[in-house]
Design a protein around this ligand. Structure first.
Ligand code: GLC
Length: 740
């Protein structure tokens, strides 16, 4: 359809039809079973009201989508096709590593490829739009949803968000195997007080614009067709009814003119927030804020008609929302082909195919971060007695809780793959203990927890057996970690330690064997002090997805040389949280960790630095940085002017490897305080053993812009420092000037 035809369609629709387009319902209104991603509500809908809805979430499967699409179109006077949306966060059925892990790849190209795989598998299964990428900056590991973010840095988040949007949407939404992207959760959902999900967010406008909006902006500039509101308040106003945030900022300042969808019942929750007396007032506030689709609440459908009659709402606000929704359906080609790419034959052909598995395995391998290694890794491929001891030894569900379609039968465990891939050693495989205490209750999603040991006595016997195996082993590999249901939505923790029983298992193994390699499965930075004190190596594998086990085996035995670098700082303890590298100096900086100056900003009982900093990541080889040099030391204010930074990087080890070379810049003085450094560029550099490459970066004036004292986005003349290295603590800052 062209825009004129769409306008005519909107004009011809009754108000009832228009309000139907604004409603998004869960799949359980149209089918038995399925998954629920929010609190169940039947909303007292009449039978025909359901079929008037404009979109459906949590329905997939080519034939299933076709059946429900037929039913909805048949019921509607103008037979308008529905949008089918789903949380395809990091893979549909062939699951990629969790986004926090993908951020550690520092590889937008591979992240794009992973999103392409996810798009193809979901498109042939009838999905039109995915509720991803999550672009929320995350600096608080207590918040369970850090797992869904790509970490603490706005530049890295922006690059990852852009790559995911492009990967999901392809060149054109109507193209085969493209699905719409939905950048979420707008805005600053990642800063809940106390790290407690859905909690209040308090930050200055400057921090909002400077740190929290850039990744959403990157997604919008990449062409994201939709944005989702967040549950939290900003400036004491819930996002979904925040007219300033949604109209002045998102639409006017950031230039978003796509579909704005509420999060699950978020409009209805304006009443719980205490900002709306009833559904009618919530509906009025949200419509004024410009929220187009109401997900799983009925404030629009139950009140807009009355509000229009009372002159409280202009029907043209409704028409604006309807037109944006119809335009998206048109961009997806749904008026010509309501089923889009849904095809049972292609589901069979593409889902879990070798190409997809290979792509996700490579993404997993690149996401692993070697936190510690005294040389015990890589393991020898033969002649060793190796005991695998830990609850992740035999687990096949190595994917995050946001893997709605995943089936653990699609994956193998370490116990399955290691002997087949590296058969020259003698192996034992034991879980040793459960992931979490027996009877731990998780609500929501697929909250079943499989316990290998269902009594304390059985678990104690398992630990004793494991210790016996450890005694006889040359090396003990310990796959430990959080249960997948301990991260994600509504999974905030006040402590950041591994489950007690796993720490006990580690301690008791350590009593008999010090050659320990810990393989860590988790969705958030953890307090690893007690692990670090006992392990000779720590390989962070996060929640690695369908091909995780083979990716880990390749890495443990050196077929893959780890190249991941942390997308989020690991705090020394929860007391440090939030801890992030791009902090401010303060008027009394602590300076060197060793200094014990009294009157400075520091903890008495903890260090000020994290256990592992943003950007940290070791390799099986060693990289040496030569002298950083600049081709000049002054940049003019013209955008095209460039300072070229170059640095020789040498692989001075025995094996080939890939280094993530990072460039940070410090604005030494500004009209407002500036971070001690900010990531401005990075590059993955493959180096053969002994090889040296000159790595080059460009510094430009736009790179130096920020929100000044008058909230103008601009650069200011003065002195800067540039740092280049393998993590955010790299020293040797070289001075340069802007417009000296
Ligand atoms: C959930 C999440 C959001 C998700 C939506 C639909 O509450 O907050 O990220 O996309 O509901 O499942």
């Amino acid at each position: 359809m062209n825009q004129q035809e769409l306008s005519k369609l909107c004009h011809d629709m009754s108000l009832e039809e228009k309000l139907g387009q604004l409603l998004q319902l869960e799949g359980f209104f149209f089918q038995e079973g399925g998954v629920m991603t929010g609190p169940e509500q039947r909303m007292g809908l009449e039978e025909n009201e359901k079929e008037m809805c404009g979109s459906v979430l949590n329905v997939w499967g080519a034939n299933n989508v076709k059946r429900i699409q037929d039913r909805i179109m048949a019921a509607q006077p103008h037979h308008i096709p529905a949008l089918f949306m789903l949380d395809v966060i990091h893979g549909f059925r062939t699951i990629a590593p969790a986004p926090i892990a993908q951020g550690c790849t520092f590889d937008p190209k591979m992240i794009y490829e992973g999103a392409r795989v996810a798009a193809k598998e979901s498109a042939v299964s009838g999905v039109h739009v995915t509720f991803a990428p999550m672009a929320d900056l995350s600096r608080d590991a207590r918040w369970g949803r850090v797992m869904e973010s790509t970490g603490e840095d706005k530049y890295l988040n922006s690059m990852c968000t852009r790559a995911m949007v492009k990967g999901f949407q392809g060149e054109n939404l109507a193209d085969p195997y493209s699905v719409g992207a939905c950048v979420k959760h707008f805005a600053a959902y990642g800063l809940p007080e106390g790290g407690r999900d859905y909690n209040t967010v308090e930050l200055s406008n400057r921090t909002l614009f400077e740190d929290y909006l850039p990744a959403y902006q990157a997604g919008i500039e990449a062409g994201a067709c939709s944005v989702m509101t967040s549950f939290n308040t900003l400036d004491r106003i819930p996002s979904s009814v925040n007219e300033w945030l949604m109209r002045d900022v998102l639409r006017d300042k950031m230039g978003f003119n796509g579909v704005l969808i509420s999060d699950y019942n978020a409009i209805g929750e304006a009443m719980k927030h205490g900002i709306a007396e009833d559904a009618k007032e919530a509906g009025k506030l949200a419509m004024k804020a410009g929220v187009d689709i109401e997900m799983m609440s009925h404030c629009y459908g139950s009140s807009i008609k009355e509000l229009i009659a009372e002159g409280e709402i202009d029907e043209e606000l409704v028409d604006e929302a309807v037109m944006r929704i119809l335009t998206l359906k048109n961009e997806l080609g749904l008026f010509e082909n309501p089923y889009k790419d849904a095809s049972e034959a292609e589901e069979i052909a593409y889902i879990l195919c070798k190409k997809h598995r290979d792509t996700m395995r490579k993404l997993s391998e690149e996401s692993f971060v070697l936190l510690e290694n005294d040389g015990i890794l890589p393991l020898k491929a033969k002649g060793q007695k190796i005991a695998f001891i830990g609850p992740y030894t035999k687990k096949q569900d190595l994917h995050s809780v946001w893997s709605i379609i995943a089936d653990e039968k699609d994956s193998k465990s370490l116990a399955d793959v290691v002997p087949k891939m590296f058969g020259g050693n003698k192996y034992t495989f034991e879980s040793g203990c459960n992931t979490v205490e027996v009877d731990t209750v998780f609500n929501g999603f697929n909250s079943t927890v499989a316990y290998e040991y269902d009594t304390k006595e059985a678990e104690e016997a398992a630990i004793i057996n494991a210790v016996e195996s450890a005694k006889k082993a040359d090396v003990v590999v310990m796959p430990l970690g959080e249960h997948r249901l301990q991260t994600g939505e509504a999974a905030s923790y006040g402590e950041l330690k591994l489950p007690e029983k796993q720490l006990e298992l580690l301690n008791r193994v350590y009593e008999v064997n010090h050659n320990i390699v810990v393989v860590l499965f988790n969705g958030r930075p953890l307090d690893l002090r007690s692990v670090k004190s006992k392990a000779k190596a720590i390989l962070e594998v996060w929640l690695p997805g369908t091909e995780g086990a083979s990716a880990i085996a390749n890495t443990l035995f050196g077929k893959n040389n780890p190249s991941g670098h942390l997308s989020m700082s690991f705090p020394y303890s929860v007391g440090q949280v939030p801890v992030h590298y791009d902090s401010f100096s303060t008027g009394r900086p602590k300076g060197k960790e060793s200094s014990n100056v009294k009157f400075c900003s520091r903890y008495i009982d903890l260090p000020n630095t994290p256990l592992y900093p943003f950007g940290h990541g070791l390799s099986y080889t060693k990289f040496k940085y030569g002298e950083v040099s600049l081709d000049k030391d002054t940049l003019t204010m013209t955008e095209s002017d460039v300072i070229e930074v170059s640095v020789p990087v040498t692989n001075c080890g025995e094996v080939d490897g890939t280094e993530v070379v990072q460039m940070y810049i410090q604005d030494v003085k500004g009209s407002v305080v500036r971070p001690v450094r900010e990531l401005k560029a990075f590059e993955r550099v493959e180096l053969k053993a002994g090889e040296t490459k000159i790595v080059r970066f460009a510094i430009t004036e736009p790179m130096l812009r920020f929100y000044d004292i008058r909230m103008n986005y601009t650069s200011e003349a003065g002195m800067f420092k540039v740092f280049v290295g393998g993590d955010s603590t790299c020293e040797m800052g070289i001075k340069f000037w802007l417009n000296r």
